[in-house]
Design a protein around this ligand. Sequence first.
Ligand code: FES
Length: 565
Amino acid sequence: MSGGSKLRSQQWFRKSTSSFGHRSRMLQNGFDLEEFVDRPVIGIINTWSGLSTCHGHLREIAEVVSRGVLQAGGFPVELPVMSLPEMLTKPTAMFYRNLLAMEVEELLKSHPIDGVVLLGGCDKTTPALLMAAASADLPSIYVPAGYMLHGLWRGQRLGSGVDAWTYGPKLKMGEIDLEQWYEIEQGSARTVGTCNTMGTASTMTAVAEALGMTLPMASSLPAVDAGLRRLAREAGTRIVAMVEEELTPSQVMTSAAFRNAATVNFALGGSTNAAIHLLAMAGRLKGVALDLKTLDSIARTVPVIANILPSGTWLMEDFYEAGGLPALMSTLGERLDLSCRTVSGRSLGDQLAGVPVHNAEVIRPLANPIGQSAFATLYGNLAPNGCVIKPSAASPQLLRHRGRAVVFDGYDDLKSRINDPELDVDDDGVLVLRNAGPLGGPGMPEWGMLPIPKKLLAKGVRDMVRISDARMSGTSFGTVVLHVSPESHLGGPLAIVRTGDMIELDVPARSISLCVSPEEIVDRLAAWSPPAHMPARGYETLFAQHVTQAHEGCDFKFMRADGEA
Ligand code: FES
């Protein structure tokens, strides 16, 4: 390769007496010197594991990437990292997002790597890998795992997550029986791949593409599609060229790229989790300022045009057939900064020129959206630093609502009392869950879509205003206020709400209020004492000492580019 002497890996492999240990140990692996000396060494970061069910095919994809790297004259090395299967990780995969980001960054920094292809997809893996890429700032391409094919049950299509939320209450009310429930379980996840709705996984892979960190269409391909294999091979060849071009993430993930990503997320009706991850990723880059108010101001101008569950009705395969993310971005046109550079080496405008929409029911024109807003940031005496809601997945009649609070002190309290026939709740009530934030959860578990009490389900109630410092799954829906900051565990006002207090939600006015006097709030806060801390060790200690609040992205303070410790 021309310019080989510039390669970072040559600090390890250049011929000298001091490189003996590096070179001899590579020879030990059966490689010849000409395979890796003066060739770009490409790390393939693989989040496969035997338990990472969404990533069951990533070893195969890594092989395909390797093929592309070799064809372009590079030297591929696969680097396994921790996996974060959303459904199997306790207390929540979010608790470990920062650990995965740190692991990948340190792997890249400490090894002879010139460029990297990142393989992920299940919810928290995407932001973790991009946070690492931003901090390490080596040439990087992200290749998403792709999503699973749609589920099937008795001739009906099933959407990941969303249908579990839909059929769960039906089971509770006896509208389906246990045998049917287990049939749904059998049919819901038919292939490898991530969730097939616009949950957090599809949201974040689309965010990665909108940021410019993937090749075009990467986030819209099914996991089992041959197109994903072709794209993976192309990523392998392209990363070798990116090393030559010295095209790094900091040149791609600019402030304008983040605005593009937020715009795309809102047009997709994407997961509320994206807000936290966007803030965390932006925080890893010098000079990229992003906050909740900026996200709200962008969301106000972007209608939801992707008709995909949970905001809409179709699934990711339909979205792909309709033209996928490039078609949606092409529809957004000048609302995006088309001058942004992507890992393809081309500008976004070049990539999107002439991209058609094949189905205007699934990817709607701007003049015919499915909803007006996928995101809003609310402030008030209940959330001084902000909280969020997804209006497009909420009940329109509840977006302005005043109701009587029913408070749960934590998840165990919620589980033990929510279906109690004596629960002191009325149809207009507001369910409040606390101690579910970054520290209280810990890790902000996806508990925010509190279940509707059984006695109200029996009366036909299907949605209520629910408020917490937790997150919710991107596949969830309802009038759910999330990410209340500061969290109750730290003495945020959520900590002093009492059952019977009135709460007022006004999404158009972007406000949320606890209807008690300021003096009463001060008195209650003065009388509040923090919950007993759970004994912590190891990573839990690090997390507890350094994690930031939801409105800051929940990254560790010392990992931010501004170096705030
Ligand atoms: Fe992995 Fe939904 S559980 S993407």
